[in-house]
Design a binder for this molecule. Structure first.
Ligand code: ARG
Length: 459
């Protein structure tokens, strides 16, 4: 005879391999408090609807609350042979309060139970991620405020392109993480819908009240279709996708800082407490946190692909394959939260090397502006580009920087160069000339800082 909660129709016990292979309690116990929350709301509703007696409902709720305490204090014994978190808790309830505990599962299936607990968990974690992103945005805004008056080289193709005010860089990432946050907020609307009351797939043949359980559990709405509610995972996939996109932003920024932190660049210094040493080379101060954010991006992308692939060929409605939705989500939640915290600490702690950035922001990075000088005097851009190209090559051949050129020399390339052309050869002047909306000029940067100060105060 089988000892399982579902063992009625089985004449022999489950093969040990099958128990080991199919269990999920080793990881889905993470959902325990949400499962209990869902069960308490369900039991309360069953009592109020007189589907079970009020006294039975009260006994069930009391038993569940005791089990919750046992789990929180670490006393609860999880058993693999009971398969998953849900059956571990239900079995413990029956052991605690006797056969009345068996009434909890009236008008419910594990198929609507599991996804209810999962959505409760996810709602909480999405809110946690949103809070962490807000902290990161604050750190970026503060760093931007500190770096308005530092000019830095900006790159395209990892080749020095044009000077910017360093604050412009930090504000760029603020925009990206803000969109990440918006994506999570939007995702929340679809995660915040209650599947409970959908039964195994077709609904429930007891007079349940789904409005009541939704209100009790804090869901904003109820899922309309029981087949959809028990078997769709698209909102979960959307969450994994948001995690992957956010990690891609974190990873790119990590790469910038890794490059800037190298001895060759020396644009920033990372605080000792956020770096690690080498066991063999005493001179090293390694940016391991940043490298691990970059590295862990791989697994977060993988988690998205894993669940997409799991659901790909599934016939409606529930299939056991869907048990595979948990581990990718748990892993992405943990990895993303750690990565956001790590990046926040790095942004707060990094020290820009002003002299070095200033020096690198000048030189040939100013070439475009010299060309634009000629354009303002009526030279077609292509021609101006060509003339300045010649100037660059002339100086490179003599191993000279752009700032070393004299007015007389400039005039040999074009008669149109005047005294005022020399003032262009200054990265601050050039940065502030980019005065278009969204540009790097000081007044534009201050405008953006003001915008974000208002926004971050609001939230
Ligand atoms: N552990 C299962 C899961 O995570 C719970 C649902 C099981 N349902 C079933 N019909 N076997 O999906």
């Amino acid at each position: 005879m089988s000892k399982k909660l579902w063992g009625g129709r089985f004449s022999e016990g489950t093969d040990e391999f099958v128990e080991e292979f199919t269990e999920s309690v080793s990881f889905d116990k993470e959902l325990a408090i949400y499962d209990i929350k869902g069960s308490i709301a369900h039991a309360k509703m069953l009592g109020e609807q007189e589907i079970i007696s009020k006294e039975d409902a009260e006994k069930i709720i009391k038993g569940l609350e005791e089990i919750k305490k046992e789990i929180e204090s670490g006393k609860f014994k999880w058993k693999k042979e009971l398969e998953d978190v849900h059956m571990n808790i239900e079995k413990a309830l029956i052991e605690k309060i006797g056969s009345i505990g068996g009434k909890l599962h009236t008008g419910r299936s594990r198929n609507d139970q599991v996804i209810t607990a999962f959505r409760l968990y996810l709602k909480e974690e999405i809110n946690n991620i949103i809070m962490l992103l807000k902290e990161l945005k604050k750190a970026l805004l503060n760093k931007a405020k500190e770096t308005v008056d530092i000019v830095a080289p900006a790159y395209t193709h990892l080749q020095k392109a044009q000077p910017i005010r360093l604050a412009h860089y930090f504000l760029a990432y603020l925009e990206m993480y803000n969109r990440d946050e918006e994506r999570f907020k939007d995702n929340l609307k679809r995660v915040d819908q209650m599947p409970l009351g959908s039964g195994a797939l077709a609904g429930v043949d007891f007079p349940i009240d789904r409005e009541k359980t939704a209100k009790e559990l804090g869901f904003s709405s109820i899922m309309r279709n029981s087949l959809d509610a028990t078997s769709s995972r698209d909102s979960i996939i959307e969450f994994l996708s948001n995690c992957a996109i956010c990690m891609s932003n974190l990873s790119r920024q990590s790469e910038d800082f890794i490059i800037w932190n190298s001895t060759e660049f020396s644009y920033i210094e990372l605080p000792d407490k956020l770096t690690t040493g080498s066991s063999i080379m005493p001179q090293k101060k390694n940016p391991d946190v940043l490298e691990l954010i970059r590295g862990k991006t791989g697994r977060v992308y993988g988690n998205l692909i894993a669940l997409l692939t799991t659901v790909k060929g599934l016939p409606l409605a529930y299939n056991r394959d869907l048990q595979e939705d948990k581990e990718p989500v748990f892993d992405s939640v943990k990895t993303l939260k750690g990565s956001i915290i790590g990046m926040t600490k790095i942004v707060e702690g990094l020290k820009p090397n002003k002299e070095r950035m200033e020096r690198e922001a000048g030189g040939f990075a100013l070439a475009t502006d010299l060309a634009n000088y000629l354009v303002r005097k009526g030279v077609p851009f292509r021609e101006a580009h060509h003339i300045v190209g010649k100037i660059v090559s002339y100086l490179v051949n003599q191993n000279r920087e752009l700032e070393s050129i004299t007015l007389e020399e400039l005039k040999t390339f074009s008669e149109l160069f005047d005294k005022d052309s020399l003032k262009i050869l200054n990265p601050y002047y050039v940065a502030d000339a980019r005065n278009s909306y969204g540009g790097t000029a000081k007044n534009r940067i201050l405008e953006q800082i003001e915008y974000w100060e208002g926004k971050l105060k609001e939230s």
